[in-house]
Design a protein around this ligand. Structure first.
Ligand code: IPM
Ligand code: MN
Length: 348
C-alpha cells in the first residue's frame, strides 16, 4: 500500500469545476486498491493575483516540489492582463519543474464524432501522440521591445533551442515510438525557413535514430503537418516538435479527435526528480465558468495520465475504460459537469 500526495491547482474559469470531477474519479478508481491519495489545494490564478498581486510565490513553488504529482485545471482570465498568469504561473511551473515532455495524446474513442470522415482518412481510427517540447523554444521569454508605441517599434521573441533540450525530448519521443506497435516518429518543424533551430532538430533526430533502429522516421514542415492532420491523420503515430508548433498542432489534434473537451495532457519530467503536472489541454473558458456546463472528460483523462505516470497502470486503464464506456453511450444528451463526473466514477 502506498500513499501519494497530489497538489491540486484548480486555477481559473472552469478549472476548479473540471478538476473536482477529476478528483472524484481518482478516488473512485483507487479507493479499493489500497493506494491512498492526499490532496492539497493551491490557490493560484486570477483570484490570488487580484487579492495579493502574487502569481507564483517561491514558497508555493517549493511546496509543489514536495508532492508526487500536480493536477491543474486551467490558468488564464480576461480580468488579468494577457500573459501575466500564463508567464507568471503556468510557464514557471513547467520550466522550474523541468517538464520537458509535454505529452498530448490524440485518440478518437469509439462513438465520438470527429469533423473528419474518419473511416476514409484514418480507417484504423485516430491514435497518435504529440511529444511537445515544454521548456524551450519561443516560450522562454527571451525577447524585448524597443521604441514601444512608436511607428519604429521593434519586438523580438527569440526561440531558444539547446542541443541538450532538443536531444532529451527527441530521445524520449523515440522511446515512446519504440514502445508503440507502429514504431513511427514524425519530426514536425520548419527547417526550410528556421534554418538554425530546424537543422539542430533534424540533425538530432538523425543522430538519435541510430539508437532506435526499429523506429521509422519521417519529417513534415509544420504547415504541411496541419494539412495532413486535417486530411490524413492516420499517418501519425508519435510526433515530436518544438514548444510553439506543439501548442498549435495539439489544438488541431484535439479538434479532430472529438474536441478540446476530451484532450488531456501531461507536463512530464521523465527523470522524475520533480513532480509532473497533468492538465486538460483546454483553457479556462471564462464564458461558461461556474455554470456546470464544462465537459470534465479532459480533466478525467488527465487523471488517467497522472495515475499511469505514478505507476498505477491498472487504475489508469480502468479510468480510460470508464471514459470510453461513457463516451460510447453519450449521444447528444446534455449533462452537467458533475453528472459526467458521476457517470464515469459510477463505472469504476
Ligand atoms: C496550453 C496553453 C498554454 C500554452 C498557455 C495557456 C500558456 O495554450 O497548455 O496549450 O501555450 O502552453
Ligand atoms: Mn495551447
Amino acid at each position: 500500500m502506498q500513499d501519494y500526495s497530489i497538489a491540486v491547482v484548480g486555477g481559473d474559469g472552469i478549472g476548479p469545476e473540471v478538476v473536482a470531477e477529476g478528483l472524484k474519479v481518482l478516488e473512485a478508481a483507487t479507493s479499493a486498491s489500497g493506494a491512498k491519495f492526499s490532496t492539497t489545494d493551491y490557490d493560484l490564478g486570477a483570484r490570488r493575483w487580484h487579492a495579493t498581486g502574487e502569481t507564483l510565490p517561491d514558497s508555493v513553488l517549493e511546496e509543489l516540489r514536495g508532492h508526487d504529482a500536480i493536477l491543474l485545471g486551467a490558468i488564464g482570465d480576461p480580468s488579468v492582463p494577457s500573459g501575466v498568469l500564463e508567464r507568471g504561473v503556468l510557464l514557471p511551473i513547467r520550466f522550474a519543474l523541468d517538464h520537458f515532455v509535454n505529452l498530448r495524446p490524440a485518440k478518437l474513442f469509439p462513438g465520438v464524432a470527429s469533423p473528419l470522415d474518419v473511416a476514409r482518412v484514418a480507417p484504423d481510427g485516430i491514435d497518435f501522440v504529440v511529444v511537445r517540447e515544454g521548456t524551450e523554444g519561443p516560450y522562454v521569454g527571451n525577447g524585448g521591445s524597443l521604441r514601444t508605441g512608436t511607428p519604429n517599434e521593434i519586438a523580438t521573441e527569440v526561440s531558444v533551442n539547446t542541443r541538450f533540450g532538443v536531444e532529451r525530448v527527441v530521445r524520449d519521443a523515440f522511446a515512446r515510438a519504440q514502445a508503440r506497435p507502429r514504431q513511427h516518429l514524425t519530426l514536425v518543424h520548419k527547417h526550410n525557413v528556421l534554418t538554425h533551430a530546424g537543422h539542430l532538430w533534424r540533425r538530432t533526430v538523425e543522430e538519435v535514430a541510430a539508437e532506435f533502429p526499429e523506429v521509422e522516421t519521417a519529417y513534415q514542415h509544420v504547415d504541411a503537418a496541419t494539412i495532413f492532420m486535417a486530411t490524413d491523420p492516420g499517418r501519425f503515430d508519435v510526433i515530436v516538435t518544438d514548444n510553439l508548433f506543439g501548442d498549435i498542432i495539439t489544438d488541431i489534434a484535439a479538434a479532430i479527435a472529438g474536441g478540446i473537451g476530451l484532450a488531456a495532457s501531461g507536463n512530464i519530467n521523465p527523470a522524475r526528480t520533480t513532480p509532473s503536472m497533468f492538465e486538460p489541454v483546454h483553457g479556462s473558458a471564462p464564458d461558461i465558468a461556474g455554470q456546470g456546463k464544462a465537459d470534465p472528460t479532459a480533466a478525467v483523462l488527465s487523471v488517467a495520465m497522472l495515475l499511469s505516470h505514478l505507476g498505477l497502470v491498472d487504475a489508469a486503464g480502468r479510468v480510460e475504460a470508464a471514459v470510453a464506456a461513457d463516451l460510447a453511450e453519450r449521444g447528444d444528451a446534455v449533462r452537467s459537469t458533475a453528472q459526467v463526473g458521476d457517470a464515469i466514477a459510477a463505472r469504476l
